[in-house]
Structure formats: C-alpha cells, structure tokens
Design a binder for this molecule. Structure first.
Ligand SMILES: Cc1cc2nc3c(=O)[nH]c(=O)nc-3n(C[C@H](O)[C@H](O)[C@H](O)COP(=O)(O)OP(=O)(O)OC[C@H]3O[C@@H](n4cnc5c(N)ncnc54)[C@H](O)[C@@H]3O)c2cc1C
Length: 378
C-alpha cells in the first residue's frame, strides 16, 4: 500500500494551486458579499483554466482532453474547493454520451469538448427525486418524433445550457424496467422553455425549472436504447459521486485552516481560545474526520481507476465526505464565534456548499440504503 500522492500528479496539482491563487482567491471576498457570480465572469474563468490545461479533465487525450485518472481529478477538486467560489472545470461532456451514436457524438460530445456547447441534466420533477421511477414527464411517439410534456425542477446550469438530457416515460407499464428514455433536447426547440429560477440558500448557482409543452423531439435524439435510460451510466454516476465527495475535502480543509489560525490569535479570559479543550477537540475531531474522508474518497478513486468493484465504496465516500464537510464547517463556524456567522469569512459559504452535497447526486439516506442493500445481498 502506498499513501503518497503519485509524483506524476504534482505538476497538474501545482497548476491548480497557482490557478486558485491567481484567479479565484482575489475574487473570493467580492463573491462572498454578492453571494453569486455573473455568467460572464464564470465563463471567463473557465477559459482561463483552459489556457493552463485545466479543461476536459476526464476526456481521453485523442479526443482533446487531459485524460486524467479519477484519483487525479479528485485531488484537483479537493484543491480548487478550498476557495468558496463554486468553480466549474469546463469541456467535460456528460459521460453518458460515450454511449452515443457517431452522429450524436459529433453534435453533443465533440462540441462540449471544443467549448462550443454546454449541457444540463434534467431528471428531477416536482413529484419525483429520489424515487426515480416516479417521474411523470411523458414522451409519446408521433411519426418520427416524440412529443414531450412535463416539468423538471432544480436543474443546475439550465440557463447556460445549449441542450438538456431529459428523462421521460415512454412506456408507463414498464417504467424503470424498459419504460424510461433519455432525450437530448436542444435549447430553442419549440415547446421547451426555461422556467423559474429557484432561489436557494446555496452557492449562487441556483437551479431552474424546465417546462415541456408539446415539445417535438426527433427519434435520433434518443440517447442509448429506447426505454433503457437507467442501464446507462452506472460507472459514470460513480465517477460523479467521487468527484463530489472530493469537493467536500476541500471545503473542510480550508475551514479547518481558517479555524486553526483564528484559535491561535483570538483571546478570551486572558488566553488564546486554542488553549481551551473545547476548541482543541473541535479542531482535532475535524482533522480526524477529514483524514478519514480522504481515505474513503481516494480509495474509491483508486478502485475506479484500477477497474475494481467500486459502487458501494463510492456510496460510502460520498455519504461520509458530505456529512463530514457539514460537521466540520459547522464546528469551524463555532470556533470563530460571531465572526463565523458573518460574510467576512468563507466558512459560512462553505457550510452552505456542504449542505447541498447531502442532497444532490443521491441523498445521504439513499446512499445508506444502497450500502445496506449491498451488505445484505439485496
Ligand atoms: C441545488 C440543487 C441542484 C440540483 N441539480 C439537479 C440537476 O441538475 N438535475 C436534476 O435532475 N436534479 C437536480 N437536483 C435535484 C436533486 O437531485 C434532488 O433534490 C434529490 O435527488 C432528492 O430528491 P427530492 O428533492 O425529490 O427529495 P425526495 O426524494 O422527496 O426526498 C425527501 C427526503 O426523503 C428521503 N427519502 C426518499 N426516499 C427514501 C427512502 N427510500 N429511504 C429513506 N429516505 C428516503 C430523502 O433522502 C430525503 O431526505 C438538484 C437539487 C438541488 C437542491
């Protein structure tokens, strides 16, 4: 067993650190006060990252990507998330597209890598989130087209996307067993509108509602096999879970660093608060939990990279890292006292980033359920 960061990752991690220091850190204070970042600044940052090679991280080299392992990508996200700005690395198409037809790949995969297009992922509905079988958006065949009707909610990046992956019921009798299909729907298709922005307590990347009213989508826009949207992307979902878990490492690490420095300076009752056991235990528990989460996240990434079974380990990593980041950022706010609650420090923002990590990409309850099912052989 080897617990060292692979030496070949050091150059790219140095690039990420430098990018964070040079591009994100100077904008953080302004972002904390504004609570969000405008679209143009976000896009400009993405392009600056592209200039230094931080683009299409998971895409094979021959397709124009950086071809990084999941372990390297996890470490990159743990690094970048030490800034409160929710930075997004561009150029990575939704991995399900690797299963697309050559024509679809040319339209939807290559154009994301080249930076021309962006997508959003539309699954959740007002009446169905965790219960994937419960979606109501309906697609009915009419000639060579499918006609979509329904509403999606909480769709991240919908306002910036050129097309959406939309899950719809194509056979109500079969539902998850051959009756739910994934359609790629272009922005501007008649009957497809971006609805309300849904204001959240989060990191400024508020999601949107999508509305489909008699929206005609050609048969060739079906991704994968008709009715089998759920047979695609298990491996890719695992990839996404590990990346999200890695983000939690960064949130916790920066919060602990701030709280530790503050504890050494802040005086109460004639001593620095670092001399009180209550504060020491907050810091110690946080450091132990961060370390434990790192082990889970990096192990899951290593299993993935080495083509070993990783499904349950990825659920464990995401579950633990998200809950860890929530506890750690909360404790760190406590160490800062009143200051921790203000917009002067990124910790409150990181606490809010951490909160949604317990909901997106599967709630913590669903991850526990999946882990237990695997233990019980269900
Ligand atoms: C900021 C944000 C961005 C998002 N972005 C996207 C996006 O881009 N695309 C997209 O499709 N969706 C997106 N989502 C939706 C997200 O994936 C769902 O909110 C999530 O899957 C939970 O679904 P739900 O909100 O319907 O909650 P529900 O499924 O209604 O769950 C409510 C509660 O019941 C629990 N619960 C449900 N079933 C069980 C069970 N069997 N056992 C135990 N507990 C259970 C849940 O864990 C939760 O605690 C986003 C959400 C947010 C907040």
């Amino acid at each position: 067993m080897d617990f060292e960061t692979p030496s070949e990752y050091e150059p790219i991690l140095d690039v990420v650190r430098e990018f964070r220091r040079r591009e994100l850190d100077p904008l953080e204070k302004e972002f904390l006060l504004a609570g969000e970042m405008d679209k143009e600044t976000k896009l400009a940052l993405e392009l600056k990252a592209r200039d230094v090679g931080l683009w299409a991280l998971d895409v094979p080299e021959e397709e124009g990507g950086a071809n990084l392992s999941l372990l390297a990508i996890a470490m990159i996200h743990a690094e970048i998330c030490q800034n409160a700005i929710p930075f997004h690395f561009g150029g990575s198409p939704e991995p399900m597209l690797r299963e697309a037809s050559p024509e679809q790949k040319a339209r939807y995969y290559d154009t994301v890598i080249s930076g021309e297009k962006r997508s959003c992922y539309a699954f959740t509905e007002p009446d169905a989130g965790s219960d994937v079988q419960g979606i109501k958006t309906r697609a009915i065949k009419d000639g060579n087209d499918w006609v979509l009707n329904g509403t999606k909610i909480y769709i991240t990046n919908a306002h910036m996307a050129d097309y959406a992956f939309v899950y719809a019921v194509t056979d109500p009798a079969k539902r998850a067993k051959g009756g739910i299909t994934c359609f790629m729907v272009d922005r501007g298709t008649p009957g497809f509108t971006i609805g309300n922005r849904i204001r959240t307590m989060g990191d400024g990347r508020d999601p949107y509602e999508l509305v489909f009213q008699d929206c005609r989508v050609p048969e060739e826009n079906i991704l994968g096999e008709l009715g089998f949207a759920f047979s695609m992307g298990d491996k890719q979902l695992t990839h996404g879970r590990v990346v999200l878990a890695a983000m939690c490492l960064g949130l916790a690490e920066r919060s602990i660093a701030i709280a530790t420095e503050w504890a050494k300076q802040r005086k109460a009752f004639g001593k620095t608060i670092s001399q009180y056991q209550a504060i020491q235990w907050y810091l110690a528990d946080s450091a132990v939990e961060l370390e434990a989460a790192k082990m889970l996240v990096y192990k899951a990434a290593w299993l993935y990279d080495n083509d070993k079974p990783v499904r349950t380990e990825a659920h464990m990593a995401k579950l633990y890292a998200a809950e860890m980041a929530q506890r750690v950022t909360d404790r760190c706010i406590q160490v800062l006292g009143g200051l921790g609650y203000t917009l002067e420090t990124p910790i409150q923002s990181m606490w809010r980033h951490a909160r949604v990590k317990r909901i997106g990409h599967g709630t913590t309850e669903i991850h526990r359920w999946m882990i237990a099912r695997s233990m019980l052989g269900m």
